[in-house]
Design a protein around this ligand. Structure first.
Ligand SMILES: *Cc1c(COP(=O)(O)O)cnc(C)c1O
Length: 365
């Protein structure tokens, strides 16, 4: 069902951002992270364009996300970052699992044997994220054990940085050193080399030594840096809607639930069909701006579930049906995901997935 917000996605910006990544990583593999519906940009549209631009491997969180890509005709390698609940899916849809415990490895191996084949897997080492992965202490023996399982072909070794976005990279350096040690030991025991990857966008942008054999950028593709400086990257997403209704209110009127907005003068209040159910956080109540007729105007009162009021007093000629931009540009004004994020103490990732997630996508090629 279409709701009130439309996410306009400019694919030429994706190309621009991918070229920036390619310039940094040279001929290393790029594993493009398209989890969470490509950070709210629509995983099918984004993935197809990435493949056209020469990316050969995608990564998502769940096998269900990969099924959507396969059903749309995508045949490229897909790595599943952590979902090991539906083992059959990996075989039926030719997906590559990331394994982080022995029992799961055994289950994969048994299923592969049953199907008289081997499944290619990557192993994840926890070098300090404290999330998922083999503990460094037994990672080498675990990796060797898994590589010996009948149905398994061990191909990759990976880890994840916990603060690659920070300018002081001391902890990242330690994580990388630990990872490299483990990788060296595993490779020596195996007698062949593994494809290793660790770098997220933060590391791609600021930690050259961590690029290894492949990189896993996510947020960069969508035009934002996890650090504060987005230089060169171009956002793809613009969130727009149209004015549903306009009301003229005398001074001293109150607007929306809780009556937190009081008109100081005779005012024109416009209603837009976007609310917190569209991912426009309720914390933007009296705390964000939108763009109408090229001018910034404030959100008036509390954000409702499906609706938001904006104060368009003094903007010449505003009428029902006018385009309103919540994220992105109109005329000379631009609202970035970084601006919205800082208003509610979160990060651009959260803004993009929230606002893009529910919106109908329109791709501009
Ligand atoms: C999400 C994710 C990435 C991408 O991170 P960005 O900060 O968006 O570049 C890379 N690797 C793993 C394991 C992830 O979960």
């Amino acid at each position: 069902m279409n709701r009130g917000a439309i996410a306009e996605i400019t694919l030429s910006a994706l190309r621009n951002n991918l070229q920036i990544i390619k310039r940094i990583v040279g001929n290393r593999h790029i594993i493009a992270v398209v989890k969470a519906d490509a950070y709210g940009h629509g995983s099918v549209g984004i993935s197809k364009r990435l493949l056209e631009e020469g990316v050969s491997c995608l990564a998502v969180a769940y096998t269900g996300e990969a099924r959507i890509l396969r059903d749309s005709g995508i045949k490229a390698d897909i790595i599943i970052l952590f979902d090991c609940t539906c083992i059959e899916d990996y075989f039926d849809y030719k997906l590559t699992p990331v394994i982080y415990d022995i029992n799961t490895a055994l289950e994969f191996s048994r299923e592969a044997e049953k199907r008289r084949m081997k499944i290619t897997v990557h192993l994840k080492i926890d070098t300090g994220m404290g999330r998922i992965g083999f503990n460094p202490g037994n990672a080498v023996s675990d990796a060797v054990r898994i590589s010996e399982m009948e149905g398994i072909e061990l191909k990759g070794l990976m880890s994840h940085f916990s603060e690659a976005d920070l300018p002081d990279g001391k902890f990242s350096v330690r994580q990388l050193e630990l990872f490299k040690m483990i990788k060296k030991d595993v490779q020596e025991k195996l007698g062949y080399s593994l494809m290793s990857h660790m770098a997220n966008s933060g590391a791609v942008l600021s930690f050259d030594d961590s690029l290894l054999d492949a990189v896993r950028p996510g947020i960069m593709l969508y035009g934002y840096s996890p650090c504060m400086d987005d230089s060169g990257l171009k956002p793809l997403m613009r969130i727009k809607t149209r004015i549903l209704s306009i009301k003229n209110l005398p001074a001293g009127s109150t607007v929306s639930y809780g009556r937190t907005f009081v008109t100081k003068r005779a005012s024109r209040i416009a209603v837009i069909p976007v609310g917190y159910a569209d991912g426009y956080s309720r914390r933007f109540s009296n705390n964000a701006e939108v763009i109408v007729r090229g001018k910034r105007v404030p959100v008036a009162g509390r954000i409702c579930m499906d609706l938001t009021m904006i104060d368009v007093t003094g903007v010449e000629g505003v009428s029902q049906g006018d385009e309103v931009v919540l994220l992105g540009g109109q005329g000379v004004e631009v609202i970035t995901a970084r601006e919205l994020a800082s208003r509610i103490d979160t990060i651009p990732y959260d803004i993009l997935t929230s606002l893009g997630g529910m919106a109908k996508k329109e791709y501009i090629h």
